[in-house]
Design a protein around this ligand. Structure first.
Ligand code: GUN
Length: 293
């Protein structure tokens, strides 16, 4: 039987509608949530991401501030902007869009954002909180994956999960979240040196592919009835099409969907969830700053 397609477009829209109501309630209590976004340089993809984040803020009713800086900006100049937002009590979340120009050390900037406003959940303090099960913010892409599983109608408790890819942004935090007592999954963290990766993957109830290899996960690597979450976004040649390229995930969608119980598409799967989770973290930051539950 063909898999259920879990649509990130639909789930994220549902979440944004829920958050719109939540913001209306917060505003009635005199609280206006606010997200500040910093964009350095002219990276076209980053401009699109930032504009999408701004649109989501507008839709939900979150106030959004934006600082655009030229590619030649120095680390000190950028730190000054970050500190300005750190010290502004009307700002609840700060996001510095990555990648930064090569001369600016990313870790230095990301660690300069105060943990209370770190809505990306990249600061080591917030990463550490997750690993001890004291969650304030959830990293946006991993949280988006878990929300798709949950709202898709699937459980993680007692399940074996194979995570492919150990990045700090996706694989590692996912592993940290899934084996907490709230999620109760058993995690197989797979990477380039993993022995018998195919078998490990094929034994899992849930497969989360996040290693950036176009269509790496084939049908013979997936158990009948598994739930498959595809985090990959890869541009591959598509001769004969108008653009000459297309986007594919890390999963061979057409063949895996014939075997899985559920699968997320690319595009329109995990991608739109990342922004919804960023909005959610911004509301969490605003509530915490105001001392609201
Ligand atoms: N660039 C691509 N994805 C992200 C993200 O989730 N957060 C930030 N800050 N930059 C990004």
């Amino acid at each position: 039987m063909a898999a259920k397609i879990i649509s990130g477009n639909e789930v994220s829209q549902q979440m944004k509608d829920e958050m719109k109501l939540e913001v209306a309630e917060l505003k009635a209590k005199g609280l206006q949530p606010c997200l500040a976004v910093i964009l350095v340089g002219e990276d076209p993809a980053s401009k699109v991401y930032v504009s999408n984040k701004k649109k989501a803020c507008e839709y939900i009713g979150i106030r959004s501030l934006e600082t655009r800086l030229p590619a030649e900006t120095t680390t000190e100049e950028l730190l000054k902007v970050v500190n300005g937002y750190n010290n502004d009590p009307s700002v609840h979340g700060i996001l510095c869009q990555l990648p930064l120009p090569k001369h600016i050390p990313e870790t230095k900037i990301l660690r300069a954002i105060v943990p209370e406003k770190d809505v990306d959940c990249f600061h080591p303090f917030n990463v550490g909180l997750i690993s001890i099960g004291e969650v304030r913010f959830l990293p946006c892409t991993p949280a988006g994956c878990l929300e798709l599983i949950k709202r898709g109608g699937f459980e993680t408790s007692g399940k074996d999960v194979a995570i492919l890819g150990r990045s700090n942004i996706v694989g590692r935090p996912l592993s940290n979240m899934l084996d907490q007592r709230t999620m109760n999954a058993t995690v197989f963290m797979c990477h380039t040196k993993t022995k018998n990766l195919k078998e490990k993957c094929a034994g899992a109830d849930i497969v989360i592919a996040a290693m950036g290899q176009p269509e790496f996960v084939k049908a013979d690597m997936v158990k009948e009835g598994a739930v498959v979450i595809d985090v990959g976004i890869n541009r591959v040649d598509a001769p004969g099409t108008e653009k000459g390229w297309k986007l594919v995930g890390d999963v061979a969608f057409d063949e895996v969907k014939e075997k899985a119980a559920a699968i997320t598409p690319v595009p329109g799967g995990v991608g739109p969830m990342t922004i919804a989770m960023l909005m959610k973290n911004t509301l969490t930051a605003a509530r915490e700053a105001a001392g609201l539950k």
